[in-house]
Design a protein around this ligand. Structure first.
Ligand code: NAP
Ligand code: COA
Length: 265
């Protein structure tokens, strides 16, 4: 059952919020009364997400942009205007490839979206967040702390995202802004898991590696994002919160084995 929070009258912006986990987060905030804006590259996905959020009663807005384009990110925030109570930075890219088979541009593409893109989003959003009580959530991944074959680009990028979270918790704390990472475990019906577990056998191996024995739901990541953005977490900043059915405790090592199998070793 979804945890209930009240975000009535609050303004939320979710970068990369048009599908999967991030759309799940946006829908949770909208369901809790917030006005939620989203941004991603595809205008079609942006329009569909805005329609879904409005159907939940949110006054929504959408922006088609690439987070690798700092100017476009800043422009969208300026057009949106007003202050933000919650910022979620979750745009990301992933494809499984061994480092030896990856071009420099392949590595750069993921680092530019996940890490540099997060920097663009956070830096541009600061003036709109700069008031005590504002909450920032970066969407990280287990690759930030667990080395996985075929994931050198994501491991490097997400480790950087978590250090951005920790560094900005220091720099933005005096302004009363809290910033935390959420590290989702394997989440059902997402593009990420379609790419990492392309066969039923590998998906089952992942599932068996989660102590709770199942994939998570996007709404469960949304619940955690609402918790971290609520008064219940008013003294929580600079943490990386795994929301993963206990996967980070031990199961994650089995996922590394699954990726080795994926890599044919
Ligand atoms: P997804 O549906 O593909 O979500 C990625 C989102 O980011 C989409 O809305 C995508 O929309 C947007 N995006 C991608 N590149 C972008 C760019 N350059 N500029 C702006 N927006 C961009 O995948 P997901 O699996 O739900 O992943 C969501 C987040 O959760 C990611 O940060 C991922 O690393 C993290 N995560 C996922 C899992 C999992 O189990 N799936 C586990 C741990 C962490 P457009 O295509 O329209 O740009
Ligand atoms: N294996 C190896 N290299 C790959 C690859 C794969 N499966 N897919 C892409 N690349 C390389 C490309 O060859 C290219 O390098 P090159 O110019 O040296 O040939 C580089 O990555 C960029 O590819 P391109 O398709 O131009 O990038 P893009 O900017 O349009 O897309 C991606 C970015 C590659 C991350 C794409 O997968 C994407 O848009 N992902 C978003 C959705 C997603 O990944 N969701 C999961 C959640 S994290």
């Amino acid at each position: 059952m979804a945890v209930k929070f009240d975000f009535s009258g609050k303004r939320v912006f979710v970068f990369g919020g048009t599908s999967g986990i991030n759309l799940g987060i946006a829908k949770c905030f909208a369901g809790a009364g917030a006005d939620v804006a989203v941004a991603s590259r595809s205008q079609e996905k942006v329009d569909a997400a805005v329609a879904e959020l409005e159907a939940l009663g949110s006054q929504s807005a959408g922006y088609a942009l690439d987070v690798r384009d700092a100017e476009a990110v800043a422009q969208a925030l300026e057009t949106h205007g007003g202050s933000l109570d919650v910022l979620v930075s979750g745009a990301a890219g992933n494809f499984p490839a061994l480092a030896n088979d990856m071009s420099p541009n392949g590595f750069k593409s993921v680092v530019d979206i996940d890490l540099l893109g997060s920097f663009h989003v956070l830096k541009a959003a600061f003036p709109y967040l700069a008031k005590p009580g504002a909450s920032v959530i970066n969407i990280s991944a287990p690759q930030a702390y667990l080395a996985m074959p075929m994931q050198s680009h994501v491991c490097a990028a997400k480790a950087g995202v978590d250090m951005l979270t920790r560094t900005l918790a220091l720099e933005w704390g005096p302004a009363g802004i809290r910033i935390n990472s959420i590290s989702p475990g394997p989440i059902a019906d997402t593009e990420g898991m379609r790419r990492l577990a392309p066969s039923e056998a590998i998906a089952e191996q992942y599932k068996a590696s989660v102590p709770l024995g199942r994939f998570g739901q996007a709404s469960e990541i949304g619940d955690a994002a609402m918790f971290l953005s609520s008064d219940a977490a008013a003294y929580v900043s600079g943490v990386v919160l795994p929301v993963d059915g206990g996967w980070s405790v031990a199961g994650a090592s089995a996922a590394a084995l699954a990726m080795s199998q994926h890599a044919g070793r």
